[in-house]
Design a protein around this ligand. Structure first.
Ligand code: SAM
Length: 482
């Protein structure tokens, strides 16, 4: 039997089934242990340090006790702390992005995904470089600056060379004042050599969802194709980091397995990255299984209700305080609104989950990966965020300034985000408002920017930001950053 060791490079040792089961039992036993719960809440709370604000995070055992706890006042306390942590490290900024589907050719047999090899009625498509150009222009014309590229796994149709060529094409397109300045990549687990090539191509975050940490379920849910190999998939982030990628994004496809098991696995994975590479996950995504062609989510009987989903988000925020947290348009406006208060820091907007979807007038369904619940335009999402007091940010400065991995984390920890990310968010929001927003959104946005500029504590930075904002409004000068 494998022994739990967060420092091990072997999947079954750092995501250890025995340890997860013991954690589940511990959480069940202690879910009403008020004294312990209070101690854990105290540990999770942000505290002042000489250089700023810091958080200790929680171990997987502590975090699961909170997730299991059903005492209403304690759950409210979890939510309060989650919001405090989000505000302490990310302020009221919400980073915006869009997915770009390159190809839905896939050799895997994932039973929950419509791209699965046996699905004969989905329309298979792979973008040519000219089509990538068209899609990117459509995305730039909406105002997007940051993409997450998505593709099925198919060594013949979508080899790494194809992905690299697409990345090059995406970065090369300069249409009007538009530019894609950060390309995150969500493709299947691959080799260290390929991760190195992705790094050289200038990617932002490498994202790979574990789907489920439960090995037996994983093997059943991925019956055929290279993705069947649980260990290879689970150890992918270590290979990515060995290949030089500093920023990796974890995620679980919630609804496939019992959520407490998945939650413990996810936090253990974050602990493992910290223990081995000295830096935790740059982001954690919280996708939930959705209806899709040839897939009925009702067959997955572990689907989670909205309330539990909200609690999962808050508990991740407490356990892994410095990570960016992402929610996609799989979720409705209502669920996304609630999730934003629980610690989410990045959302997608106006997404199309079909290959070539952005250049079609009507939302196409024949090659879609899953139904999109939030179908609003980017302008509507941006206005909605601002009306709730958030700052939609199109900033991509960190990785372009070399602030990746632990360098980004130290920016968070020293409280310098307010003099760096905050002005960057205001400047990129100004770009968005001037170049792409409706008049109504501009009105809300410019008033917000005026108020938010005052929050920049460093006088010099505040002056430069105000001048740059005025420049963006009166000229075609773009891409200012700290
Ligand atoms: N093919 C790549 C891989 O195997 O990791 C990643 C790209 S895939 C397009 C992105 C993610 O979509 C998957 O990792 C999975 O979690 C999610 N997904 C698949 N089917 C889904 C469904 N029916 N509802 C919601 N999300 C789904």
């Amino acid at each position: 039997m494998a022994i739990y060791d967060p420092k091990s490079r072997k999947a079954e040792e750092f995501i250890n089934d025995g340890e997860i089961r013991a954690t589940l039992a511990y959480a069940e036993e202690n879910k009403r242990n008020v004294e312990l719960i209070d101690q854990i809440l105290e540990k999770a709370r942000p505290h002042k340090t000489e250089t700023g604000v810091a958080c200790s995070g929680l171990t997987h055992r502590e975090a699961l006790v909170l997730l299991a706890c059903d005492i209403p006042e304690k759950v409210e306390e979890i939510y309060k702390i989650a919001e405090e942590i989000k505000l302490a490290f990310y302020g009221n900024r919400i980073v915006m992005f869009a997915p770009l589907y390159l190809s839905n050719y896939c050799v895997n047999g994932c039973v929950y995904c419509p791209y699965h090899h046996q699905n004969k009625h989905i329309c298979r498509k792979k973008l040519t470089q000219e089509e990538v150009r068209q899609e990117v222009i459509a995305l730039q014309d909406m105002g997007h600056k940051r993409l997450a590229i998505e593709a099925g796994e198919d060594p013949v149709n979508n080899p790494i060379e194809y992905i690299l060529e697409c990345i090059d094409t995406i970065y090369s397109i300069k249409h009007k004042n538009g530019a894609i300045r950060r390309v995150n990549v969500n493709i299947a687990a691959t080799t260290v050599e390929n991760y190195r090539k992705l790094k050289e191509a200038g990617i932002g975050t490498y994202i790979l969802f574990q789907e489920t940490y439960h090995k037996q379920s994983y093997l059943e849910l991925h019956p055929t194709g290279p993705k069947h190999d649980y260990d290879y998939h689970t150890e992918a982030m270590d290979r990515a980091m060995d290949g030089g990628i500093d920023d990796v994004g974890l995620g679980v496809l919630f609804g496939l397995e019992l959520y407490k098991y998945e939650f413990a696995g996810l936090i253990m994975h974050a602990e493992h990255l910290e223990a081995v590479h000295g830096v935790g996950p740059h982001t954690i995504s919280v996708p939930r299984i959705k209806r899709a062609d040839d897939i009925d989510p009702d067959v997955f009987d572990n689907s989670i209700p909205d309330d539990e989903f909200e609690k999962i988000i808050a508990c991740i925020r407490l356990a892994v305080p410095y990570t960016g947290m992402i929610i996609s348009t799989r979720e409705s406006e209502e669920v996304r609104g609630r999730a934003l208060k629980r610690g989410i820091s990045q959302i997608s907007g106006a997404s199309r989950t079909s290959v070539g979807g952005y250049t079609e007038e009507e939302r196409p369904h024949d090659s879609e990966q899953f139904d999109v619940s939030d179908q609003r335009t980017l302008d509507e999402v941006v206005r909605w965020l601002m009306e709730m007091g958030h700052i939609p940010s199109f900033c991509t400065a960190c990785y372009r300034e070399g602030r990746t991995g632990d360098r980004f984390m130290s920016l968070c920890k020293t409280g310098q985000i307010i003099n760096c990310c905050h002005p960057n968010a205001l400047m990129t929001l100004t770009e968005y408002l001037v170049d792409y927003a409706s008049e109504e959104t501009q009105k809300v946005g410019f008033a917000l920017i005026e108020r938010e500029l005052d929050k920049i504590t460093n006088e010099k930075v505040r002056g430069i930001a105000a001048k740059n904002i005025a420049d963006i409004r009166s000229s075609n000068r773009r891409d200012f950053r700290f």
